[in-house]
Every structure is written in structure tokens, then in C-alpha cells.
Design a binder for this molecule. Sequence first.
Ligand code: MF3
Ligand code: CO
Length: 265
Amino acid sequence: MATVTRKSHAQLVKMRRAGQITALALQAVAQAIHAGVSTAELDRIAEKTIRGLGAVPSFKGYHGYPASICASINDEIVHGIPSRRQLREGDIVSIDAGAIWRGYQGDSAITVAVDQVEPRVQALIQATQDGLHAGIAAVRVGATLGDVSHAIQAVADAAGFGVVREYGGHGIGAAMHEPPRIPNWGAPGRGLVLETGMTLAIEPMYTMRGYETRVLSDDWTVVTADGSWAAHWEHTVAVTETGAEILTLVPDGAGAEVVEVQDEN
Ligand code: MF3
Ligand code: CO
């Protein structure tokens, strides 16, 4: 396995800020989600928030990707391109966003129900978020990546949902995607042993049924092969002496944060 870097305190400060900005962008998008809003409008909100906080949207231009967020609706799992398509009551939408602040990256995703959705669909969203937190809870010095993968898979298995196998989490730092790969399924005790300063993007993707995927003709949008709906949650975390620190959280006193970041630029 290629070298997994361990970040210094100064690097973690930058990643924390990049993560906070990512979280603030997702918060702004979540507040705008309702029936009738287009995913292009959500993209504009995210980009404005990220740039307004002195950061750069990491997705824009990444391998030619045209937007600042991915917005993946219903059977779309990840990498949905924002468009004029409007959300409708009963839809679910996964929003993935990333920001670069002073050279360091944050990456996070949420899945949101548009008004009322079917109970089993709501359960899918909840289970996937629970899977993310189970994965994060497995992060500690001396644990293995397999422990994290297995914890995520176990939540899906217990709830009767499928786990996407072809996409997963990743190391993150100055680049959005660094080693290691973090599958959302696997056996405990296997793989890389975690050390302090490693920074990981953990991102379960669960489906209502099967785990097979295909990519649409736009060359980006990943959908379930069986048409079942999918949810996606992601946080960027750092391995610490006491476990994991989630870096992609909305900061306390977010208003003050905004002014401070703008002044620094
Ligand atoms: N956030 C996604 C991930 O975790 C990447 C989005 S792909 C992009 O892998 F091209 F849209 F940036
Ligand atoms: Co990611």
C-alpha cells in the first residue's frame, strides 16, 4: 500500500477549517432543500458559501467535473451532476461537497429527504448515517481499516440494506483522494493499522437492495443497477490519541467564523 501520510498539528488546523467550511456549505444547501428547488440552485448556494469563506470548491474541475457539489437523487448513488432538475416531494437527495482552504481539503456528504418520504426510505437514510458513525467509532490508534469497513458493513447487514462495493472512502489531505482506500465492507483485523495524524474520508453508500452499480452516459452519475434507491453520508476525520476527531463539523459560533476567515484572506 502506498504511504499513508500523517498530518502535523499545523496541517490539521488547515484541514479543520477546510472541513468546517465544507460543513457550512452543506448546512446552507440542506436549508434550501424543498420541493421545486433545482440541484443547480443548490450548487450555486454551495459554491457561494465556500468562496465566501475564502475557500475553493474542490470538485470543480476535478477530472473535468463541472460543479461544486454532487447531487444524487433517488437511485443515483454518487456523482450526480447538478442540473435544472427540480426536487419533488418524496425524493431523497445526497449532497456531496468539498472545499480547499490554504491547500488542505474537507470532504463531506449528507442525504436529505424532500418533505415526506416512505418509512423504509427514511430508514435507509438513517441506517447509512448510523453506518458512518459506526465506522467513525471504530477509528482509534491500533485499530485496522478492516475494523472500520466491517463496522460500516455490519450496520447495513443488520438493517437489511445493500452496501455499494465499487466506491468507498479514502485518505485525504492536500489531495482529495490519498491512500488508503476504505471499503465499506470487509473483515475486521485486516489492513492498515491506524496511527495518529492520519486523515480519512469515511463514506458509506447503502442501497435498498443490490450493491451493483452502473454509470450513466454523462460519464459521472453512478446509479444502482437494480434501480433501488441509495443514501450516502460522509465525514472527514483525523485519527487522534483518543479516537477520531470529525473535521467536517459546523463550528461553534459560525457567524464569527465567517468574518474571521474573510479577514485572514
Ligand atoms: N467527494 C467525492 C468522493 O469522496 C468526490 C466527488 S468527485 C468530483 O470521492 F469529481 F465530483 F469531485
Ligand atoms: Co470522499
